[in-house]
Design a protein. Structure first.
Length: 448
C-alpha cells in the first residue's frame, strides 16, 4: 500500500491538496485523475510518499546519526529534522524501495501480544509503541508506526487499518480496525489471533497433505522420464547393434523410450499446458468459484476443507454477532473470512437476500445456501430456537476444529505412506528392468 499526495486548483483558482492510498502508483494515479475529473479540478502535481535516508548530528563534535524517514519530498525531511534541533548532513531518497509483506507469523505474534497486553488494561497507544520498538520486520514496524501516528491524530481506526489490508490481510485489517470501536477490544484481538493461528496451521497441514506429495511425485516423474528417455536406451540399444533378442520388460521399456524421444514435444505439452490452463482458469472470477466448489468434493481432503470453512465462519460469527437485529454484517464478514469464494458467494447471494427480503431465519437461510453440513444446520436451528445461537456458533467452531485437526493428522500420515509405497513400486520397477538388462548375454557362437 502506497500513499499519494496531489495538488490541484479549482475552477475558482483556489489551490487544494489531498491524499489517498492505493496498492500501486498506477492505480493511485488513476483514482486521482477520476477524482479530478469528477470535481473539475486542474491537477498540478502528484507526489508519492517514499523513504529517505538521512544523516544528522547534534553539535559540532557529536557522532553522526543515520536513520530513515518516509515523506513526500526531501525538503519535508530536512525541515522536520532541523526543527528537532539536528544539523542535517545529508538526505537522499532510497534507490530501491521494496516492502514485502511481513511473514504471517509476525502478524500472529503482533495480534496475540496485543491481546495479552489489552487484557492487562495497558493503553493501546503504549502497546503500539512497545511493539514498534521491538519489531524486527521493517514493513510491519513502519506500518504500525504510521497507524499509531494516524490514530493519535484522531483518524478513524477502521479506515486506518483497512488502508493497510495489503499488510494484514482484508479480514484481519477489518477486525483490528473494528476492535478500537468496540467495547471489547481485547476479546476481538483474541478472536483474530485464534483465527490467524488456525489459518496458518491449516495452510501448513494442507501443504503437508497435498502440495508436498504433489511436488514429490512430480520430481519422481521427471527422474523416471530422464532414466527411461536417456540413460536406459544407451544400454539397451547397444544390444540391438549385435542383433541380440531383448527380454520383454527391456523391449517394452525401449519402446516407451523411443516414443519419448521421437515425440518429446507432445510429452512437454502434456506436462506443461494442463497446469497453465488450470492456473489461468482459476485466476478468473468464474474459475475461482468453480475451483473452490470442487475443493469440497476432493476425496478425503474435501470434507476437511469444507468443515474448516464452517469452523472459521462460526468462529468469526460468534465474535461479531450481537443480536438478531444486527446479524447481516457479521454473516457477511464471516463468509469473507472463510477464504472460499464458493462458500462466500452462496452466503451473499442466497442466505443474506433471504434474510433481508423474506425475513427468513438464520438456520433456514443457511440451509438454503447449501454449504453447511446437516450437523451444523441442526445445531444452529436448535440455537436459534433457544436464543443461544451465538454460543452454538462457538461450540460448532470448537467441535469442527477438534475433528479437522485430528483427521488431518491421520490423512497426512496416510498420504505419506502412499507416497512411500509409490516410490517403492517405481524403484522396484526400475530395478527389475535394470536387472533384466543385466541378464542379457550375446550368442555363444557366430557364423562366418
Amino acid at each position: 500500500m502506497i500513499e499519494l499526495r496531489f495538488q490541484a486548483v479549482k475552477q475558482s483558482g483556489q489551490p487544494i491538496t489531498g491524499s489517498l492510498n492505493a496498492e500501486t502508483y498506477a492505480e493511485g494515479k488513476k483514482k486521482i485523475h477520476i477524482l479530478a475529473g469528477k470535481h473539475n479540478l486542474s491537477l498540478k502535481k502528484i507526489e508519492k510518499k517514499t523513504t529517505f535516508i538521512y544523516k544528522v548530528k547534534r553539535g559540532g563534535d557529536a557522532k553522526p546519526i543515520k536513520g530513515e524517514q518516509r515523506a513526500f519530498t526531501k525538503e519535508e525531511v530536512v525541515n522536520a529534522l532541523t526543527k528537532l534541533g539536528y544539523q542535517v548532513l545529508s538526505v537522499n531518497k532510497q534507490l530501491f524501495e521494496w516492502t514485502p509483506k511481513p511473514p504471517q507469523q509476525d502478524i500472529v505474534s503482533f495480534v496475540k501480544i496485543s491481546a495479552e497486553l489489552l487484557d492487562q488494561k495497558l493503553p493501546y497507544s503504549e502497546i503500539l509503541t512497545l511493539l514498534i520498538n521491538d519489531l524486527e520486520n521493517k514493513t510491519l514496524k513502519e506500518t504500525l508506526k504510521q497507524i499509531n501516528n494516524d490514530l493519535k491524530k484522531g483518524a478513524d481506526s477502521e479506515a486506518t487499518f483497512l488502508r493497510y489490508q495489503g499488510v494484514f490481510g482484508k479480514f484481519s485489517a477489518y477486525m483490528l480496525g473494528l476492535a478500537s470501536k468496540s467495547g471489547n477490544m481485547a476479546e476481538i484481538y483474541k478472536a483474530t489471533a485464534k483465527f490467524l493461528e488456525r489459518q496458518q496451521e491449516f495452510k501448513k497441514n494442507l501443504r503437508s497433505a497435498l502440495i508436498t506429495p504433489m511436488i514429490t511425485l512430480f520430481v519422481l516423474f521427471l527422474a523416471v522420464l530422464f532414466y527411461v528417455g536417456y540413460i536406459f536406451p544407451e544400454t539397451a540399444k547397444l544390444f540391438q547393434k549385435f542383433d541380440i533378442e531383448l527380454p520383454p520388460l527391456t523391449a517394452a521399456t525401449l519402446q516407451i523410450s523411443d516414443f519419448l524421444v521421437n515425440f518429446w514435444y507432445l510429452v512437454i505439452l502434456a506436462v506443461i499446458i494442463p497446469p497453465i490452463i488450470f492456473w489461468r482458469f482459476a485466476a478468473t472470477k468464474k474459475g475461482k468459484l468453480v475451483v473452490d466448489r470442487l475443493m469440497f468434493k476432493i476425496p478425503i481432503m474435501g470434507s476437511l476443507i469444507h468443515k474448516t470453512c464452517i469452523e472459521v465462519f462460526c468462529r468469526v460469527f460468534y465474535t461479531l454477532y450481537s443480536g438478531s437485529a444486527e446479524s447481516i454484517e457479521p454473516i457477511r464478514i464471516a463468509a469473507e473470512a472463510t477464504g472460499n469464494t464458493y462458500f462466500e458467494n452462496q452466503i451473499k447471494t442466497v442466505a443474506i437476500p433471504m434474510m433481508i427480503k423474506r425475513g427468513a431465519g438464520i438456520s433456514e437461510s443457511f440451509e438454503a445456501c447449501g454449504v453447511f453440513t446437516d450437523t451444523a444446520l441442526n445445531r444452529l436451528h436448535s440455537g436459534e430456537e433457544t436464543g443461544t445461537i451465538k454460543n452454538t456458533a462457538l461450540q460448532l467452531a470448537n467441535y469442527y476444529e477438534s475433528e479437522t485437526v485430528f483427521r488431518l493428522k491421520n490423512v497426512i500420515e496416510l498420504i505419506q505412506v502412499v507416497i512411500a509405497m509409490v516410490i517403492m513400486v517405481v524403484m522396484i520397477g526400475l530395478t527389475l528392468v535394470s536387472a533384466e538388462t543385466a541378464t542379457i548375454s550375446p550368442k555363444s557362437s557366430f557364423s562366418k
